[in-house]
Design a protein around this ligand. Structure first.
Ligand code: NDP
Length: 283
């Protein structure tokens, strides 16, 4: 029997979107998001569709710029520079995955920080470090919103993050430190050292962002923990996370479903970052 309450991203996302609609209406012009898609990766195309639909419901202008698969890194940088110079564009997102040979983090360095709605420009990442971010990584922020929705006070809590990527684990650790959580970050070396289980077992809040189905065993979950599973994996034609859901849900107080947890929230936060970018550009 499942004991955990479900942490559903849609519920939080709907609240954010309600507020955003009002903020967008209050702007003089509809904010413009330029979305750059290189090639025709099916995952990226699906994500673009979702973004475009939500943008439309919020009164945001969504410009899709589709570049050929054989676009070079230099050509993509030139394209980004053109969008930077276009004063009608408020926010830029470069969709991933990018074709081989294009370094995503390098591309992010060329996006103007004031138009970087994914929060991946080094300036915006640096501001997260100083607790002064107006635009932070969408996924890291989505996790923070989910934690916030539980009403839990993170002060002094044992928080364990599994996965230390630039887009999730690292910025998330900084956002959690701002709340005075005691943060442990696990990664591949933690697993190789055979210490992943012992860290997970003591987590009052567990956030997993790896991309390996079943990496976190359900019986490792501390009784009453909050579990946020960011992972997305395709397993036997089903989408699952990194945590063994059924077993974990018997022990946790809160757990995200996959799909339906973090995913629906990231797009809402992307749109919120766009509106924030408009405000940044005004100052
Ligand atoms: P990355 O591949 O960039 O990062 C994965 C991280 O997991 C790395 O830090 C890696 O460490 C670590 N790792 C790999 N194997 C192990 C292991 N056995 N034990 C512990 N740590 C391990 O992926 P992303 O951060 O981009 O994404 C992570 C997951 O989140 C993916 O499933 C992705 O699809 C999903 N995702 C979901 C989003 C959503 O909105 N729901 C948004 C973005 C991503 P190292 O680098 O040292 O090998």
């Amino acid at each position: 029997m499942r004991l955990a309450k479900l942490l559903e991203g849609k519920v939080v996302a709907d609240k954010i979107k309600e507020t955003l609609k009002i903020s967008v209406q209050a702007l003089k012009h509809a904010p413009v998001m330029a979305s750059v898609l290189v090639g025709d990766n099916s995952g990226a195309l699906a994500y673009v569709k979702v973004q475009s639909k939500i943008a439309q419901t919020l009164g945001i202008t969504y410009q899709l710029h589709q570049l050929p698969q054989d676009t070079s890194e230099e050509e993509l940088i030139d394209f980004v520079l053109k969008l930077n110079a276009d004063s009608s564009v408020n926010g830029i997102i470069v969709q991933v995955p990018l074709p081989r040979g294009i370094d995503y983090m390098k591309i992010c360095e060329f996006i103007l920080p004031s138009k970087d709605i994914e929060g991946m420009h080094p300036t915006n990442i640096g501001k997260v470090l100083f607790g002064k971010a107006r635009i932070a990584s969408c996924t890291a922020d989505a996790v923070m919103e989910l934690l916030n929705s539980t009403g839990a006070d993170l002060y002094g809590k044992e928080v364990v993050i599994v996965g230390h990527s630039e887009i999730i684990g690292k910025p998330l650790a900084m956002l959690l430190l701002e709340k005075f959580a005691t943060v442990t970050i696990c990664h591949i070396a933690t697993s190789k050292a055979g210490k992943l289980e012992e860290h997970v077992r003591r987590a009052e809040v567990l956030i997993v962002a790896v991309g390996q189905a079943g990496l976190i065993k359900g019986d490792w979950i501390k009784e009453g923990a909050i579990v946020v599973d960011v992972g997305i994996n395709r397993l036997n034609d089903k989408i699952v996370g990194d945590v063994e859901f059924e077993q974990a849900a018997k022990r946790a107080a809160y757990i995200t479903p996959v799909p339906g947890g973090v995913g629906p929230l990231t797009v809402a936060i992307l749109m919120r970052n766009l509106v924030e970018a408009v405000k940044v550009q005004r100052t």
